[in-house]
Design a protein around this ligand. Structure first.
Ligand code: HEC
Length: 222
């Protein structure tokens, strides 16, 4: 009897060790890399922070509601090296008066790096946005040692600010068709709220009143 107990205890212990060993091995084998971004992206939901880059719309969308006064605040990040005054001097970076429409990396008699002067073309909304997102990605080897503006609205605002510093400011572009996407989202949320209201019957009145704020919460945050 005693013998049998020892055998059972022995096997139980053995099984435990095997299970532990297996789980360690499995843990090593299936160890997954921590994803760069946590969580699952939800389509149609505007992501904050790191995810914003993926959900970013064309710059024209942000320019449509750009505010040059807000851009002046953003431009404070640039004034260590730039001014945008008419006839202003070049400093660490070139004077930026009337820069939109100017050839890329050629204006104002500034000693541009070949990295930027070799890009070609003239400054427009799109390449200016790309440049300000990441100067070193746009023109690898550029002398502009500025990390970039990741927030698209900041970029649009500062571009709008630069645009006003010109003898002939360009008309800001109209919002592209993609701008309709969030509006559709709002509409869907609105329909939901309307549905909650439509279902309002004397008995359901209370439940409906509760459903409304819930529907509001479901609306995409802006
Ligand atoms: C640390 C200094 C520095 C900061 C900060 C800086 N820049 Fe520059 N910028 C430069 C330099 C230097 C160049 C020339 C780059 C080259 O030749 O490669 C340049 C070039 C540019 C150009 C191209 C001009 C042309 O005529 O082609 C634009 C536009 C520009 N900067 C805008 C900005 C804006 C907007 C900001 C702020 C959000 C900013 N820069 C911040 C130094 C800076």
């Amino acid at each position: 009897m005693d013998d049998r107990f020892n055998t059972i205890a022995g096997w139980t212990l053995f099984a435990g060790i095997v299970a532990l060993g297996a789980s360690i091995v499995a843990g090593e084998t299936f160890k997954s890399e921590r994803p760069e971004e946590m969580g699952y992206p939800i389509e149609g939901v505007v992501q904050e922070g790191a995810g914003a880059a993926e959900a970013e719309k064309p710059i024209a969308f942000y320019l449509a509601s750009a505010d040059p006064a807000a851009g002046e605040q953003v431009f404070k990040k640039c004034t260590a090296c730039h001014n945008a005054d008419k006839g202003g001097a070049n400093a660490l970076g070139p004077n930026l008066w009337d820069v939109l429409g100017e050839p890329v990396g050629k204006g104002k008699g500034f000693p541009f790096s070949p990295a930027l002067s070799g890009v070609g073309g003239t400054w427009n909304w799109d390449n200016m946005s790309a440049w300000l997102t990441s100067p070193k990605k746009f023109a690898p080897g550029t002398k502009m040692t500025f990390a970039g503006l990741s927030n698209p609205q900041d970029r649009a605002n500062v571009i709008a600010f630069l645009n006003t510093h010109s003898d002939s400011p360009l008309p800001l572009p109209a919002a592209p068709a993609e701008a309709a996407a969030p509006a559709a989202g709002e509409k869907a949320a609105g329909d939901k709220a309307a549905g909650a209201e439509a279902g309002k019957e004397p008995a359901a009145a209370e439940a409906s009143a509760e459903a409304k704020p819930a529907a509001k919460e479901a609306a995409p945050a802006h």
